[in-house]
Design a binder for this molecule. Structure first.
Ligand code: TRP
Length: 335
């Protein structure tokens, strides 16, 4: 056995991957699977907090699986699985809930936000979202958790619950996980609406999805926010224009960026030309992903095999943890 660090992250089965997700997170997952022991799972238990119907749940889970495989997550390198294929997680969640307090759960920002968004469905699952997340993480004794800023408080709760368990039973059984920070490798991807980052909640036209068909992609880029153009040589670019250049830098060749930059500095720029180029290069960049997505989508046998292999590997690790946890707690050992 090696002593590689254990990296784990959960993916909510909502929506398609966009370039922001890709460069902001998933590309790093793909890299990490080369050097770490990685667990990546689709958080389908968590998604029940919004009461999806079975058909939607199934198709969302499949879409996420397909897209993550398409961008390079490799079932031979990482353990890819569905959260609901690992009932050990639910068992650990139950144990952790016994030591999770109303007050601290009610103070979690994501809970308060959700409660505001769905006032008629403030269920116990929503309140205990952080204990389920903690169970996800410590069931594999993960060391590093790559998550965005919005999940830092949840991760802090995981540390609290892990420490509490350790203290209660006088062990150092659970490692205390930390956020995986990509540091300089992290590229911020702006959206097309002139301000802020790319995201699906900012409106349909703001994000470029890996699975957007070329026509749609082209249309979105052509509609991106610009201004009336520079009036002085070498003037600083306003945010909307800077954003387009940032996107160009990601998908286009360096000389293309230089060319349009010069045009801008000489006040000769035609935004239509820039956008046409950007759209073309985005289409080229996303093409291999679209092909893989299409291929995988029609191969349910393969997808099932991937899920089965992942479930096997994940359960092996989870069973070991649960057996020990039961013993530590004082339950009869029958495993
Ligand atoms: N809460 C995470 C999100 O909203 C998803 C998630 C569930 C997760 N369990 C996790 C992330 C465990 C990291 C580790 O994106």
């Amino acid at each position: 056995m090696t002593n590689k660090e254990i990296v784990l992250s959960g993916i909510r089965p909502t929506g398609n991957l966009h370039l922001g997700n890709y460069f902001g997170a998933v590309k790093n997952f793909v890299k990490m699977q080369e050097t770490n022991t990685c667990f990546f799972f689709i958080a389908d238990y968590h998604s029940l907090t919004t009461h999806p119907n079975p058909r939607d749940l199934q198709s969302n889970v499949k879409q996420v699986l397909v897209e993550y495989l398409a961008v390079g997550l490799d079932p031979e390198k990482a353990t890819l699985y569905l959260q609901s294929d690992l009932p050990e997680t639910a068992e650990l969640y139950l144990f952790l809930n016994m030591n999770a307090y109303m007050g601290e759960l009610e103070r979690v920002t994501t809970f308060k936000e959700k409660a505001r968004q769905q006032p008629n469905n403030i269920n116990a699952g929503l309140l205990t979202y952080p204990t389920l997340m903690a169970a996800d993480i410590i069931i594999h004794k993960a060391d590093k958790v790559p998550v965005g800023k919005d999940q830092e408080q949840n991760l802090e709760m995981t540390r609290t619950f892990a420490r509490r368990f350790n203290n209660m039973y006088g062990t150092e059984f659970f490692p205390i996980p930390t956020a995986y920070n990509f540091g300089e490798q992290l590229v911020k991807i702006p959206g097309l609406d002139g301000s802020g980052k790319m995201g699906k909640s900012e409106g349909e036209g703001n994000a470029i999805f890996l699975n957007d068909d070329p026509k749609k992609l082209h249309k979105k880029v052509m509609r991106a926010v610009t201004d009336s153009g520079p009036t002085e040589m070498n003037q600083e670019k306003p945010e909307a224009i800077q954003n387009l250049f940032s996107l160009l830098k990601i998908v286009s060749k360096p000389d293309v960026v230089v060319y349009f930059n010069d045009q801008y500095n000489n006040c000769n720029i035609r935004y239509g030309d820039l956008k046409k180029q950007l759209a073309e290069d985005m289409i080229t960049f996303t093409e291999p992903f679209r092909e893989k997505i299409a291929g995988l989508s029609s191969n349910d046998d393969y997808l099932n095999r991937v899920m089965n292999i992942g479930a096997e590997k994940a359960r092996e690790s989870a069973r070991k943890t649960i057996a020990e946890v039961r013993q530590i707690i004082g339950f009869r050992k029958y495993y």
